[in-house]
Design a protein around this ligand. Structure first.
Ligand code: SF4
Length: 384
């Protein structure tokens, strides 16, 4: 699937190099450049041009006209519809893609356009993006989000069914025996501190909010263990109110894309909020986090299998060999189960596989059980 995206990207790169010649001559002109690294990328383009003849040449000429920055070229857009119909497990580029140029002296307007374009592409790559914590009501979501600190959503999802079966309401959890709660929460790590947090949170809900999770940011952040990130997760997904979730994945990716140079979560949240309309905030968060978990990993981003590589200034930070990159893909993109035991229907319809319950053996390789990346200074959000 990303293969289809990558091919036009190379056409764009080739077209830029062959700009004066245009059309079919572009492929021929590319040959002398084969000594350079960039020339390697022109080789498959030449093949493609030869194969598709006039049609491909027309596209190359069209791309050459736009010869500006790589991310200005829109090749990935054309292939995007194919993603919808293709199996989500095989979103992999078989050939190398052209790297984008770093955005130098990019105007705010250009940045807004580029950022929104990346989000649109991600929306096509992950049309089933959703919160990856299982929950049935706001109480379950706020508790699950607090538990997700320093562990994966998968591990939280495997743990909370037993917790909510025994303590379905804030009143039940507030009155629980802490040792019994600790035993249930043990698989999530930091289980003593988390027990205190969720029991304190439940007591506050019982005492101050009549046992209901409040739907306002200013109330949510007063709850023990609830920061802005947790509050926005709850607002966006349990109350339908726009929120940007700046977790470790979000921070890493927006820096790679040079959407902002800010390093503090609150400042990142504000900076990114200025690039997108409020109505996009919640789904933007899901798209970015999905991409961070599946393709643009912290240590080994799978650049060679990344559908938005032509738009990314950080292309090349990770593995660019398509076959090697393909092996780095996680969750449904790599053919593995997702993080939710009860994912939304859209995920199942797209070929996504539910995560196995705690202790069960999945037929496909399981998702990582240890945090993919530590989240220093980010206790209120998980890493998986
Ligand atoms: S995987 Fe590579 S190309 Fe894709 S967004 Fe991440 S750094 Fe950019």
């Amino acid at each position: 699937m990303s293969a289809e995206k990558s091919v036009p990207a190379k056409k764009t790169a080739a077209a830029k190099k062959a700009a004066p010649a245009k059309k079919t001559a572009a492929a021929k002109k590319a040959a002398p450049a084969e000594k350079t690294a960039a020339a390697k990328k022109t080789v498959p383009v030449k093949k493609a041009v030869a194969g598709k003849k006039a049609a491909s040449a027309k596209k190359a000429a069209s791309a050459a006209k736009k010869a500006a920055p790589a991310r200005k070229s829109a090749p990935v857009k054309k292939s995007a519809p194919a993603k919808k119909s293709a199996p989500v497990k095989k979103a992999v580029a078989p050939e190398r893609v052209a790297p984008a140029k770093p955005p130098r002296n990019e105007s705010h307007t250009a940045l807004v356009r580029r950022a929104r374009r990346i989000d649109r592409e991600l929306a096509e790559v992950y049309p089933y993006a959703h919160p990856e914590l299982d929950f049935e009501n706001p109480f379950q979501l706020v508790v699950a989000t607090v538990l997700s600190a320093q562990t994966t959503d998968l591990r939280v999802n495997q743990t909370t069914p037993a917790l909510f079966a025994k303590y379905p309401t804030p009143e039940d959890l507030a009155a629980a025996n802490p040792e019994e709660v600790e035993e249930i929460l043990r698989p999530t790590g930091f289980f003593r501190a988390k027990t205190k947090s969720v029991m304190g949170l439940s007591k506050a809900l019982q005492d101050d909010f009549d046992g209901e999770v409040p739907g306002r940011l200013e109330d949510l952040v007063k709850l023990p263990g609830v920061g802005r990130k947790t509050a926005f997760v709850v607002l966006g997904n349990a109350f339908g109110r726009p929120g940007i979730t700046v977790d470790t994945h979000f921070q890493r990716l927006v820096r790679r894309w040079e959407w902002t140079a800010e390093k503090e979560a609150d400042k990142i949240e504000r900076a990114i909020g200025e690039l997108f309309p409020k109505t996009d905030w919640t789904m933007l968060s899901h798209h970015v986090i999905f991409h961070g978990r599946r393709i643009c990993h912290a240590r080994k981003p799978a650049c060679g299998a990344c559908p938005i590589a032509p738009l990314c200034p950080a292309y090349g930070e990770g593995e660019t060999d398509p076959e090697k990159a393909k092996k780095l893909l996680k969750y449904e993109k790599g053919g593995f189960p997702g993080q939710r035991l009860n994912p939304p229907q859209s995920y199942l319809d797209a070929g996504g596989i539910p995560a196995p319950p705690l202790g069960a053996t999945a037929s496909a390789p399981p998702a990582p059980t240890a945090p993919a990346e530590p989240a220093p200074g980010s206790p209120s959000r998980g890493t998986g």
